[in-house]
Design a protein around this ligand. Structure first.
Ligand SMILES: [Zn+2]
Length: 213
């Protein structure tokens, strides 16, 4: 409506008019039934999270291990052909300090969403998650969190996992922040409380089981 209109024609409807039955109303219940499927790649990805594992897919065309996994490569448009378990350790690719909750309300406590490049996946491949154990104030967070900082996943106890990305509570800084090799950070590599002991052979230095699943 334009600001030039001063008089609006018609009679405005009030809640009272509906409540007191002065106008004709009808009630209609929508039968919207639908299901959402996560698809082959993400289904296995989420199922593995329940076991404390993170899976990617390998593309033979560009020799990349992509995480989160997808059944086709968005670079060369060919199917990915192999499941690869990657580590639950990695590095901070980028991060932000947020005072906004998921429901868009304001948070008094800052949260630190970050993109984590996972060890064992191709460079630039990672997942969006939260950083934890990095302080409660903006100053503390900015002092502690750096791009490239090694981090490890902090998992929910196995009995509480649901096959969701929230089975990882957050990523925490590795104890030895001077580490340069995956799994060499002293955090125990990808080995969670319910995981087997790490191995250090070949490219599997992080102890995640390396290779294909
Ligand atoms: Zn590819």
């Amino acid at each position: 409506m334009s600001v030039h209109i001063r008089d609006y024609p018609g009679i405005p409807l009030k809640d009272r008019d509906i409540g007191e039955g002065r106008v004709l109303t009808t009630e209609w219940h929508v039968k919207a039934q639908y299901a959402w499927d996560t698809g082959a790649a993400l289904s296995r990805f989420f199922r593995a999270l329940k076991e404390g594992k993170i899976y990617g897919r390998w593309c033979p065309g560009c020799d990349r291990i992509v995480v989160p996994p997808r059944m086709f490569c968005e670079w060369c448009f060919r199917p990915t052909v192999r499941w690869v378990e990657v580590c639950d350790t990695g590095r901070v690719n980028t991060f932000s300090v947020s005072y906004v909750n998921w429901d868009a309300s304001r948070s008094a406590v800052p949260r630190v969403p970050a993109v984590i490049e996972l060890d064992g996946a191709s460079p630039g491949m990672g997942i969006m998650h939260l950083l934890g154990e990095v302080g409660d104030t903006l100053e503390e967070i900015l002092r502690r969190v750096k791009v490239g900082m090694p981090v490890r996943a902090v998992w929910k106890p196995p009995a509480e996992r649901q096959g969701a990305i929230t089975d990882i509570l957050y990523f925490a800084p590795c104890r030895d922040e001077g580490a340069t090799e995956p799994g060499g950070c002293g955090c125990g590599g990808a080995v969670g409380a319910d995981r087997a002991a790490p191995t250090t052979s070949g490219t599997d230095a992080c102890g995640c089981g390396g290779g294909e699943g």
